[in-house]
Design a protein around this ligand. Structure first.
Ligand SMILES: Nc1ncnc2c1ncn2[C@@H]1O[C@H](COP(=O)(O)OP(=O)(O)OP(=O)(O)O)[C@@H](O)[C@H]1O
Length: 284
């Protein structure tokens, strides 16, 4: 596997992508060490998927440099197909894509596919029809498919989009475990800042224009930074969850134009700020 210096697994240096005269991003730089997780956040159409494609090498950079391993496991935003196949075969397709022409997957490939299902805790789904799974289970099988390539870098485009809360929890649990093991470097896009706070070591925020910010997720994902990113006020809260505290993000709907962020103004408008035992506000 290709490795860059100082344990850095993936790096973008002063990257730029243009479509004709339109610049999607420029002067974009970041580096992710091996085993870390990075979240990419930004409003619709800001260029998150384009950046992932540039990372994968399928989108040409008009300027700058990309350093990434040759083999990358990818879970796209939209997946079509495999509805009538067993999950083990959906995962095995990742192995088949790596084989020379006219070769068929061997017993070894099948073992690797089963191991990938094991890795994400989904061995029990192997003989189920992919089309019969819930959205969350599908995403986990697609994650297993990405792992079955043997790639140590995983790139996931909005993996939790369209999942209900229980399925988000299922998927986040698997990604959380991958992060705990430090077995893979993971880069994902999301419209859920709370997912980034839960999972990510690093965050990259695609603000308007050329303003891209990169840093430690816990520090960068502050109230002021996220309010600026999405152009609306929001709160970052620390919530007691059993023995642990969890950071989450609470958008203040209906206050975007007024740009009002103070609790006094909120209650004047008839909205009571969330507060419950164990919940405390964090002002950043
Ligand atoms: N091949 C292309 N040619 C021209 N424009 C493109 C091409 N691919 C993407 N774009 C444009 O680049 C912009 C960024 O698109 P992209 O899909 O990267 O945004 P995104 O941040 O992932 O959005 P979303 O959050 O809605 O998924 C969009 O305006 C899109 O129309």
């Amino acid at each position: 596997m290709h490795t860059t210096d100082h344990g850095i697994h993936v790096r973008m240096c002063k990257a730029e992508v243009r479509f004709g005269p339109r610049c999607i991003f420029r002067d974009l730089s970041f580096a992710v060490p091996r085993g870390e997780t990075m979240a990419i956040l930004g409003p619709n159409g800001r260029g998150k998927t384009t950046l992932l494609k540039a990372l994968l090498g399928s989108q040409r950079l008009t300027q700058g440099r990309r350093e990434a391993p040759r083999l990358i496991g990818y879970v796209p935003q939209h997946h079509h197909g495999g509805e009538n196949h067993h999950c083990i075969d959906v995962v095995l397709m990742a192995r088949a894509a790596l084989l020379p022409m006219f070769s068929v997957p061997s017993r070894h490939d099948r073992d690797l596919a089963l191991r990938a299902l094991d890795h994400v805790g989904a061995r029990h789904l192997a003989q189920q029809c992919f089309g019969s799974l819930s959205g969350g289970e599908r995403q986990i099988v697609l994650l297993a498919r990405a792992l079955a390539t043997g790639a140590e870098l995983l790139v996931l485009d909005e993996p939790a989009a369209a999942l209900d809360l229980a399925n988000q929890d299922l998927l986040l649990g698997v990604l959380f475990e991958l992060r705990r093991q430090r077995s893979h470097t993971v880069i994902f896009t999301t419209h859920h800042p709370q997912h980034a706070l839960y999972l990510a070591d690093k965050a990259l925020l695609m603000h308007e224009g050329d303003n891209v910010r990169f840093g430690m997720a816990s520090e960068l994902l502050s109230e002021s930074e996220l309010s600026q990113l999405y152009g609306m006020p929001l709160r970052r809260l620390q919530v007691q969850a059993g023995e642990y505290q969890q950071s989450t993000v609470f958008p203040l709907f209906g206050l975007r134009k007024q740009n009002c962020q103070c609790p006094h103004e909120i209650s004047r408008r008839g909205i009571t700020p969330a507060s419950s035992p164990g919940t405390q506000r964090s002002f950043q």
